[in-house]
Design a protein around this ligand. Structure first.
Ligand code: SF4
Length: 406
């Protein structure tokens, strides 16, 4: 169970004012004292995460957060982190105190949850001190599911858990390749092992693709780009699908006959995590870039940059060569876009393998609200290497989007 990557688990965030019992409830959920519980308001600072199996649902991550009414300069920063944790969660448990009515901060929180369409349940905690009837009227007005609980006396927690299991969104998006292949198909995966490849292992998108292809009862052949010709030559008939690392797309496209479907791991991930059509639409901006335009290279996590780093070196070089324009590049890493997002003509996003689909969707939405075109590394690399629309052919709607944008 622990090998399930965090990005593949449903994220449940526990939010509310300070000292309403969020940490106690997280501890009651997992049955151990992970979060520090104290009568002193504001004990939880940064979000605390715990991976666990929520039966009968499956692997999840519980996130305990700082209070939404935190104060001071540091408090503001904690609130921002809480807001980010909410935005990338799949479900929220809002903890309120039974004896009092909702505060303005709590009304703001419910408005925010509704605005970004996150399903939630309200845990009315500390019922041992009585339940305020006006609070219940307010909850009724919100049309929200609520549970009256007491963490101190362990009342109502199991019923709340059962309801969370029922309310958790099950499907999070399209499959990686499940709908592109059929039982018995031959799928060739091209995995270059170069300096950029992690030592002794495959990267997450490759592992996930192999697993999903095996789940579909296909025959999976994994090879390096150097051996691809030999693999194709030795097969009795053409493979049904070839999937390659984006950086090898030129060599691979030259080796794979035109009548064989070809795509990249990045494009699979763009559809699985993000929005392939939006990324394809974003490509249209590349030809409109002008001297001095700013491009944001957005990476969702920090990593040790290689000498010939894809985001910092290769993509800027390829884009300048392709457009013949003097473009300016900034790099951001981490879960937040920079505050000056509006200054950028194009966002080039990493594959987002460490992000949940929800978190990736939020980032795309942020770009769309500001009307800033967004592409991801793989889609852009395929475009600059002349492989678009070929690598989009397996995806009817994205290929259609390319024709519209063209
Ligand atoms: S693709 Fe993005 S999220 Fe995945 S390792 Fe690279 S920078 Fe991090």
């Amino acid at each position: 169970m622990n090998s399930v990557p965090n990005s593949e688990r449903r994220h449940i965030v526990f939010v509310g004012r300070r000292n309403v019992g969020k940490s106690s409830l997280v501890n009651a959920f997992i049955g151990q004292d992970l979060c520090i519980v104290s009568e002193v308001a504001g004990t939880t600072t940064d979000p605390v995460k715990k991976a666990m199996e929520l039966l009968p649902f499956g692997p999840i991550i519980l996130i305990d957060t700082a209070g939404i009414d935190d104060v001071g300069e540091l408090g503001e920063k904690r609130i921002n982190k809480t807001i980010k944790a909410i935005a990338s969660a799949d479900f929220a448990v809002v903890v309120v105190e039974a004896a009092v009515q909702l505060s303005p901060k709590e009304w703001e929180l419910f408005n925010y949850l509704n605005k970004i369409s996150i399903p939630y349940v309200i845990a009315v905690n500390k019922i041992e001190f009585g339940v305020n009837q006006l609070l219940l009227s307010e909850i009724k007005y919100l049309n929200a599911t609520h549970f009256e609980i007491s963490c101190a006396e362990n009342v109502g927690i199991d019923a709340l858990k059962r309801r969370v299991v029922r309310m958790l969104p099950n499907e999070i998006g399209p499959p990686l390749i499940g709908d592109l292949v059929s039982q018995g198909d031959v799928v060739v995966l091209v995995v270059p092992i170069d300096l950029g490849a992690p030592k002794g292992r495959l990267i997450l998108p490759q592992v996930q693709t192999i697993r999903e292809a095996l789940d579909e009862d296909t025959i999976v052949i994994v090879c390096k780009d150097k051996e691809l010709r030999s693999v194709l030559y030795n097969l009795k008939s053409s493979p049904d699908l070839v999937i390659t690392d984006s950086q090898a797309i030129m060599r691979v496209a030259a080796d794979v006959p035109d009548n064989v479907k070809l795509t990249t791991f990045s494009i699979l991930m763009a559809r699985y995590k993000g929005d392939l059509q939006t990324f394809v639409k974003g490509l249209h901006t590349v030809e409109k870039l002008q001297d001095g335009d700013k491009i944001l290279i957005a990476e969702a996590c920090s990593h040790h940059a290689q000498e010939d780093d894809i985001g910092r070196v290769k993509i800027p070089r390829w884009l300048r060569l392709h457009t013949k324009k003097d473009l300016q590049f900034d790099v951001s890493s981490g879960l937040e876009f920079p505050n000056n997002l509006i200054d950028y003509k194009l966002i080039v996003h990493c594959g987002g393998c460490m992000l949940t689909r929800r978190a990736m969707q939020m980032r795309i939405k942020e770009a769309q609200i500001l009307d800033i075109p967004i592409v991801n590394y793989g889609v852009l690399i395929s475009y600059m290497h002349g492989a678009i629309p070929r690598v989009l052919i397996p995806f009817e709607e994205a290929a259609g989007q390319w024709t519209i944008a063209d």
